[in-house]
Design a protein around this ligand. Structure first.
Ligand SMILES: Cc1cc2nc3c(=O)[nH]c(=O)nc-3n(C[C@H](O)[C@H](O)[C@H](O)COP(=O)(O)OP(=O)(O)OC[C@H]3O[C@@H](n4cnc5c(N)ncnc54)[C@H](O)[C@@H]3O)c2cc1C
Ligand code: SF4
Length: 352
């Protein structure tokens, strides 16, 4: 029986699971395919994170230190798990790093391979993401906001009018993603505040089906966006983004007023949803664990246990299990790290 825990993915979920298992005394190996830890918030240059609006770099720096400062936690970056054999307590994991392969033993495995952003060119091309430089995504916006250079990409000038379009690639039966991605309403509202702070003369609009804020995001972001920062929320459906006279035009229906709308914008930000990362889909195959129809990993008890998979000794956490904000991610990751250690010590799953 091996006492090592292999954590696949070094984003917020993997870091928290590794720190938890390491603090509980288990040797941990984090396998991360990118050249750096920190997951999407670092790879996509997120600006401030909700809630609390703290710098993503600082928060992720703290998480990385909490895991990697522990002597028991080792990290392999630019590495991927390419094979797994054996059973709970006695897994053999093959890791490929820069062309060479190594085999390690592991008692338990935590899968934390996260999400990818919905590709707005996929069946939502009516928004012109690949056609118009001034149509961007929320992760593109994060990068500009982080550098405090929120401009109209085609001109390099501060925009006068900015629109956010919600639910791009989520809550959409036609493309098969019926689920809500949970974070995009909060993130768009946070970004709308940041745009107003960085470009005070800009008018900012959020076009939504219905706004879904949960927990503290309601009073920390949603109401201040309207009351202090004068962000305009428009209940409506945007069907198309066009270009006219060098400007973008948003076409759709204002559903509150019950009338068609056609409004000019300088920048359009698409609030793209979350889908399972290719790593999540691929690792689920290698580990032999079930996924749901969207490709997110399934756990055995859903509500009562959000981290235990049907393969004994294999746990999953964070956005590999479905759309998740950082609160959700950290909670499930701590649980996965602790349950993996409990499994190794007792040789049995912790009952739900
Ligand atoms: C634009 C945007 C802004 C956001 N802002 C906020 C916010 O302000 N507040 C908030 O609470 N949440 C926010 N979120 C949500 C937040 O990003 C997620 O909750 C969080 O990143 C999930 O962490 P994770 O570790 O599960 O996944 P990820 O961050 O996706 O990390 C997964 C890691 O696994 C690695 N990986 C993938 N495949 C493999 C493989 N095969 N082998 C090895 N490694 C692999 C990846 O490289 C990555 O490092 C935001 C999301 C978006 C889209
Ligand atoms: S969080 Fe908001 S924008 Fe994102 S899918 Fe849900 S309702 Fe749509």
């Amino acid at each position: 029986m091996s006492d090592r825990i292999v954590v696949i993915g070094g984003g917020p979920a993997g870091l928290e699971a590794a720190a938890m298992a390491g603090r509980l005394g288990a040797p941990v190996l984090i396998v991360e395919k990118r050249s750096h830890l920190g997951g999407a918030p670092i790879a996509e240059s997120y600006a401030a994170l909700t809630h609390g609006l703290q710098s993503a770099e600082e928060l992720m720096g703290k998480m990385m230190a909490a895991a990697t400062d522990l002597d028991r936690v080792e990290v392999r970056t630019e590495s991927e798990v390419v094979a797994m054999s054996g059973t709970g307590g006695n897994f053999t994991v093959t890791i490929s790093s820069n062309g060479s392969e190594e085999t390690v033993d592991a008692g338990a495995i935590v899968l934390a391979t996260g999400f990818q952003h919905f590709d707005p060119g996929r069946e939502t091309q009516q928004y012109g993401y690949y056609e118009f430089p001034d149509v961007i995504t929320i992760q593109d916006a994060e990068g500009m906001l982080k550098e405090e250079t929120f401009v109209t990409p085609s001109t390099g000038k501060p925009p006068e009018r900015v629109a956010f379009i919600q639910c791009v690639g989520s809550r959409d039966r036609q493309i098969g993603n019926e689920y809500c991605s949970k974070v995009c309403c909060g993130i768009s509202s946070k970004q709308a505040i940041e745009v107003r702070q960085q470009v005070p003369d800009a008018r900012v609009f959020i076009f939504y089906i219905d706004m879904r804020m949960y927990g503290y995001w309601e009073n920390e972001i949603y109401w201040p966006a309207q009351e202090q920062h004068r962000v305009n929320y428009v209940k409506g459906i945007v069907t198309e983004v066009l270009a006219k006279n060098g400007r973008l035009i948003i076409r759709g229906e204002d559903t509150t007023m019950g009338r068609p709308m056609e409004v000019p914008m300088d920048v359009v930000v698409l609030a793209v949803g979350m889908e399972p990362s290719p790593g999540t889909r691929h690792m689920a195959d290698i580990l032999g664990i079930a996924t749901n129809k969207y490709g997110f990993v399934e756990t055995v008890h859903d509500v009562l246990d959000t981290v235990t998979t049907a393969v004994a000794g294999v746990y999953v956490c964070g956005s590999a299990t479905g759309p998740a904000d950082l609160d959700d991610t950290i909670s499930s990751a701590g649980s996965a790290g602790a349950k993996a250690v409990a499994y190794l010590r007792s040789g049995a799953e912790v009952p739900a």
